[in-house]
Ligand binder design. Sequence first.
Ligand code: ATP
Length: 345
Amino acid sequence: MSPGSGTEFLACRGVVKRFGSTVALAGADLAARQGDVLALVGPSGCGKTTLLRVVAGFEQPDAGEVRLEGRVLNGRGISVPPDRRRVGMVFQDFALFPHMSVARNIAFGLPKGVDRRRRVQELLDLVGLPGLEARMPHELSGGQQQRVAMARALAAEPALMLLDEPFSNLDPSIRQRVRSEVKQLIRAIGITAVFVTHDQEEALSIAEQVAVMVAGRVRQVGAPHEVYSKPADRTVAAFIGEANLLPGKVSGGMSESELGRVPVSADFAGNAEMMVRAEDLAITEHGGTPVEVEHVEYYGHDMLVTARLGSGRPLRVRLKTGLELQPGQRVGVTVTGRMLAFPSP
Ligand code: ATP
């Protein structure tokens, strides 16, 4: 799916945001379908947080349009204030009020006139923290604080939930568990969510849609497997997953590069930048393209080998464990999976 197409529950079109001479958003397009969990990823400084803050209404865009459920939030001379957008936000540091109990933190997001005590209890049940009304934020674990932050964001019954790096403040030992709990919670509520992450593994494993931002624009939006296996360009390829890029030529369904002649599906011919994933390469003791092993990172379930081609270009190869490799060893590399080609600029 290209940025902007599809059934649009959230639609950002041509959003521009400048801070002085810095262009944080350079015409960003983004669409999300109702009920989707969309991960926004991209290199540091590419504009992820700014786009989230524009959607939340905390930043005014200089140009472009933001719509939610077909309603214009920004654009055409309209700017809906944050509390009227039906958008809830969970911040990286959870932003709980330290001097307020859990109940008061959650009630802060409640509209006037509701039965506060009952609603706080319902929300605490929803996020799996019944009975913790009277606790203070410092008496909670990181994962619990995050759930309180989610309860507070859900209190106003938003149509869209925005989460800025929701897991980065959590201890690595609990991050994975909290991640899958939050995913289940979001699914159970059925709310549409957009979250920013630095962690591509997190994006690929949690989200239904992954949007890759580069330099203030969304370059590609798609299901995790699409973005991974059919990256729109070399920048997306290099950002998502372990990509080896090397120069080559394409003609008649074959690619020619330092890795030899390999079939490739490309709709062009001529000079190209070839891309092959680390797990689509294998190491052989005989044959293949000669390389020298530089170092080996061992992960138990598999290992990542960095080797050097004759040209001096590094190559990353992901292997099942079992092969004993030493730095300096000369071995061969073969392509066992897919090779992709991008036209040379
Ligand atoms: P990271 O992954 O490092 O958090 P990001 O993709 O979320 O980055 P943003 O925080 O949106 O990026 O920033 C985009 C650009 O806008 C950066 O160059 C940043 O320095 C700049 N920027 C963001 N907010 C402001 C601000 N309030 N004033 C000035 N410049 C800003």
